[in-house]
Design a protein around this ligand. Sequence first.
Ligand SMILES: [Zn+2]
Length: 264
Amino acid sequence: MFDISESLIRFLLFWGVLLFFLSLELLVPYRPGSVSKVKRWINNLALTLFNSILLNLIFSAAIVFTATYVQTHKMGVLNMVAAPMWLKILVTIAFMDFMLYVWHLLNHEMPLLWRFHRVHHSDLNMDVSSATRFHIGELAISAVIKISLIFFLGASPMGVLIFESVLVLCAQFHHSSLKVPKSFETLWWILFVPPSMHRIHHSVKIKERNSNYGTIFSLWDRILGTLITNVDQNEIRIGVGAYQKPDKLNFHQLLVMPFTRPVR
Ligand SMILES: [Zn+2]
């Protein structure tokens, strides 16, 4: 029962938020794109659909199963302590987001992981569709890690569902090419990741790219010294230096990209 409603919530949330930010970025774009939005969307959505058909269904079920299992059998750190539900959910969100920060950093620092993660960064413009442009290999490894973390933490199905919903919302928001009022961004930046912060992370400049790894909270970058803020937003060129031709970044080329020559 939980499986069906959970999948439905994920599905509706993903497409609902995607359409919401798409409408907003079409109405109030941050800046005009440098390549065709339609062609990028075809590739990005093809990857998204390919991943969800082959992978998300299996791993979503495994994630829900793990969370239900640890809750029923009172396993994991959170099940050893008595604390209110809301606090456990908050800890789940903060812990999972921090581990995602570490995982993201490793994706940039380890050449083998970068082979997969560069598929995400090779997008020549950034918008809400970039948020799910990932290679299936990266998603498969990260899903296995996520399941182990849920097991270790003893996260509840509700905690996991809320974490994943907040994650989708934040990722789609900070990838969108939406023009956000400066005052809102400044406030948002104190705790969370606004589009301007993540835009720096998608810069072709390696020094800028290897910064701002946060997904939900900007706190981890702030504490661990990976935050970069002083970049002229109008000067940022999005993408990976070695991949500048849009006709070399089609769906099938993105699928084999991890197995081609190494690039920085
Ligand atoms: Zn990255």
